[in-house]
Design a protein around this ligand. Structure first.
Ligand SMILES: NC(=O)c1ccc[n+]([C@@H]2O[C@H](COP(=O)([O-])OP(=O)(O)OC[C@H]3O[C@@H](n4cnc5c(N)ncnc54)[C@H](OP(=O)(O)O)[C@@H]3O)[C@@H](O)[C@H]2O)c1
Length: 255
């Protein structure tokens, strides 16, 4: 039985992945943006705990990491929370800097899953905007999630870190016209979090509906990955532990 923390698990794909994992007998820690949202979902959840924090706030995100650590080590973290449209800097904070901060601050789990999107193909690294905390596009942020997954996979050779494109699915974000399969939209991240199958025990992958999919080749550029991490460090004041060469972090063998 694994213990999994899922960000943004009050709704949409995060909520559905949580329900699936609980159904399979795993222990799940839910995350809500605030107490009101937590109370709205807690009654129907069979989760181990629910933690709160607005990911648009760097301070609240850091407090959230401490709250998760206080509950004990997780086997897997699904970095799922995301927003599509926002006039302010919230996309940068929620989609890019929150997964970076939580990755840096939560006791390293054995498996990390980052929700990206096929829209990352239109994204640009926009590292200057990341450093300066300026507004970025959704596509940019989903390229960042892929770069983060790739960087973590390289820097932490003892863990499995992967990115997932869930497809265009009918959630609050996807909207009612979304044409892809909702079930397939959450099953891949649940599978990557817990499965013992060889296909799920890989690292540095980009998945769509349970299979490796094509992604922007620039995501494999190690110098770009490192520049991205440096930009996140400058924006947050928090360093991702481990060396650029990889392998510096203590950890148990991949399971
Ligand atoms: N749906 C799609 O078609 C699609 C396609 C490609 C990629 N994705 C990716 O899949 C992931 C999940 O998307 P979804 O469709 O499930 O979206 P969703 O239905 O809008 O749910 C997003 C979740 O993130 C939470 N969240 C948003 N902003 C937050 C904040 N500032 N602090 C804390 N929590 C926050 C939401 O909380 P509330 O419930 O309080 O709002 C909700 O639980 C995202 O990373 C998205 O980019 C989705």
């Amino acid at each position: 039985m694994a213990r999994i923390f899922i960000t943004g698990s009050t709704d949409g794909l995060g909520r559905l992945a949580a329900e699936r994992l609980i159904q399979l007998g795993h222990r799940v820690i839910l995350h809500a943006r605030d107490q009101r949202r937590a109370e709205a979902v807690w009654d129907s959840a069979r989760a181990e705990a629910i933690v709160t924090g607005d990911l648009a706030s760097l301070d609240e995100t850091q407090e959230l990491a401490a709250e998760v650590n206080a509950l004990g080590r997780c086997n897997a973290v699904i970095h799922n929370a995301g927003i599509y449209q926002d006039a302010s800097r919230a996309i940068l904070r929620v989609n890019t800097l929150a997964p970076y901060l939580l990755t840096a601050l939560i006791h390293p789990p054995r498996r990390l899953i980052y929700l990206s999107s096929d829209m990352h193909w239109q994204g640009r690294p926009v590292l200057e905007a990341v450093r300066a905390g300026r507004k970025i596009s959704y596509s940019d942020s989903k390229l960042h999630d892929l770069l983060l997954a790739k960087a973590v996979a390289r820097r932490r050779p003892t863990v499995y870190a992967n990115a997932v494109d869930p497809g265009w699915v009918p959630t609050k974000m996807g909207g009612p016209s979304a044409s892809d399969d909702l079930r397939q939209g959450f099953e891949t991240q649940a599978w990557l979090a817990v499965s013992g199958e060889a296909g799920a025990r890989v690292s540095g992958g980009y998945f769509y509906h349970g299979r490796a999919a094509e992604y922007l080749p620039a995501a494999d550029d190690v110098a770009l990955q490192e520049d991205f991490l440096a930009a996140c460090e400058e924006a947050t004041g928090v360093r991702l532990p481990g060396s650029a060469a990889g392998g510096a972090e203590a950890g148990s063998l991949r399971n």
